[in-house]
Design a protein around this ligand. Structure first.
Ligand code: DGY
Length: 324
């Protein structure tokens, strides 16, 4: 019997592609060409191949028009990401196509990159590396590249989901106090001593570092705007590893220039891979290329989690274990 077709939009880790090929007639993207930036092309390929499922990734154009044009053969959209902002979920619901993502397995790795960005911003690590690579380091100096320590500082976590909670655990090891802002207050066990804030003003005014872990989409667009930046303590640090759309870039650049925000560490951008030009000339912002989940173990686990959902729906006719 022929294997069901699995349309894979991006090049995936070898072990993930090997499993996909073992169990499906997998249409891989070995060159990692960016055809999935075009929603019509995704639908065209799904139709041409009679795909039973689509394994897509962050940034793919799984928009309403694409989903409306998918053939009836498609039983599942599985995304190689925890974020689903690239998928029009109401459109998928209207077509009765379940959507599955890859939660949990990337929480620690993404928190690691949030922590890296926080350290780079606080301790001016990017500046130091640029100085050295430019051949401009004249040797140790008592006042050179002085940053601020994280020890004893208050970390404010916006979005205390799995990634935010992983970041909180790491921060305790750095002797930081943790405060958080979230739709709902967590249970005492999940809070583990973190201080909940029911409103933005008390949250932003209480913290030294803001780490943003909220999803993208219309509801969170430009959450960090000039008004909220003004509520931060002068000289606060801003870290964003969630989605770039949640920050008003012009407002953050203005605050980085004025000193209202001392430094920032960013891993995600509005309209990425484009990066807001205002950041590029600033020394006090560490810029990483959306690498939160980019650890070998994590990327394998994400692929396997996505395939677990495809197996359940396509091979066994069950509900996807990681349906959103
Ligand atoms: C996600 O999973 O949503 C990340 O942003 C990509 O790893």
């Amino acid at each position: 019997m022929s294997k069901p077709v699995l349309l894979v939009t991006r090049k995936l880790p070898e072990a993930v592609q090997a499993r996909a090929t073992r169990d499906y007639d997998a249409r891989l993207n070995l060159d990692d060409t960016l055809w999935a930036l075009d929603g019509a092309e995704i639908a065209r390929r799904a139709t041409a191949t009679g795909a039973a499922a689509i394994l897509c990734a962050a940034g793919d154009a799984m928009n309403a028009a694409c989903i409306a044009a998918l053939p009836p053969s498609v039983k599942l959209i599985a995304t190689f990401s925890v974020g689903t902002d690239h998928i029009d979920l109401p459109a998928a619901k209207a077509r009765n196509i379940p959507v599955a993502n890859t939660p949990d397995v990337l929480s620690f790795a993404t928190a690691e990159i949030a922590f890296t960005a926080m350290l780079m911003a606080a301790r001016r690590a990017g500046e130091g590396e640029r100085l050295l690579r430019a051949g401009q380091w004249g040797g140790w100096a008592p006042t050179q590249l002085m940053g601020v320590t994280l020890e004893g500082k208050t970390l404010g976590i916006l979005g205390m989901g799995r990634i935010g909670q992983a970041m909180a655990r790491m921060a305790r090891g750095f002797s930081m106090q943790v405060h958080y802002r979230n739709r709902n207050r967590l249970s005492p066990a999940e809070e583990a001593g973190a201080v909940f804030h029911a409103d933005d003003a008390s949250f932003l005014g209480a913290i030294d570092v803001l780490s943003m872990h909220i999803p993208g989409g219309a509801a969170t667009r430009h959450w960090l705007n000039a008004e909220r930046i003004a509520l931060l303590k002068p000289g606060a640090i801003v870290v964003n590893t969630g989605r770039g759309t949640t920050v008003d870039d012009a407002a953050l650049v203005a605050a980085l220039k004025s000193g209202q925000v001392r430094a920032a560490g960013l891993d995600v951008y509005d309209g990425e891979p484009k990066v807001f030009a205002g950041y590029l000339g600033l020394e006090n912002v560490a810029l990483l290329p959306h690498m939160g989940s980019g650890a070998v173990e994590t990327r394998d686990a994400m692929g396997f989690r996505a395939l677990d959902s495809v197996d359940a729906v396509v091979l066994r006719g069950e509900v996807a274990p990681w349906a959103v």
